[in-house]
Ligand binder design. Sequence first.
Ligand code: FE2
Ligand code: FE2
Length: 301
Amino acid sequence: MFLLAHLSDPHLGPLPAPRWHELVGKRATGFANWWRKRHVIHREDVLARIVADLKAQAPDHIAVTGDLVNISLAGEYAPARAWLESLGTSRDVTLVPGNHDIYVRGAADYPRLHWNDYMRADDGKLVEDATAFPFVRRRGPLALIGVSSAVATAPFLATGRLGAAQIERLAAALQRCAGEGLFRVVLIHHPPLSKPKRHLKRLVDGAALRAVLAQHGAELVIHGHDHEHSLTELPGPQRQIPVVGVPSASATPPGEHDAAGYNLYRIDGHAGGWRCETIARGLAPHGGAVVEIKRTVLMGG
Ligand SMILES: [Fe+2]
Ligand SMILES: [Fe+2]
């Protein structure tokens, strides 16, 4: 049995003091928003409790699906790197970036400069530019396939985009890993399909991604961004593909979104006979302990 843990959207605080030139455009609204409400939602002590509970489960690997930082200030990335290292080594932790990690165009290189080895393929290729996504990491029976939907957007937009070239490379990676008989887990920050009310936060080329998944399949898609527990399905070539979202790992209850939590996936079996169960854990409704929230068999009965 392989145990995969998945957490997302820690939105690490506190915000460092910005440089004067950093507080223009989108960062100015993001900065005001952080001090108006986000700093009371995303709390370090809550995140520490979630991480302690996650580590107590002794997972074989940890997937992190982005939004480590908030408004992409230069000073946010080194503390986020330290947090990643506290979670585990780059061998045991895999990361894909979120929209807050490339909040403005000037920050496009920051995730790669600071977190590169957590987003690196097994063949040692570093994320030198956008063409390094998707990367593929093999761990036990799993192929962890990381894509980047993080792109800078205009103020009040939180959309993501993969781009046609990345989607084409993803199709090839899915096909190759299927041929190797691996349990393919796609890591992406944005959900492949958003509810209509989240139109301004959607993956804009989600239809193209869903077409590739329908053609080549995947055993599991995991994402963050919506800050809530979710389980949906997308059509695959042989069977439905489970798509699972987790809340922010630092969200204090009660709030607009789910309280902090994370997921575990217990994966057993072999190609054609996989078994996968997901266990959602999170803060109890009134805070306090981290408890099991729900257990769902995704495949294999
Ligand atoms: Fe987020
Ligand atoms: Fe996000």
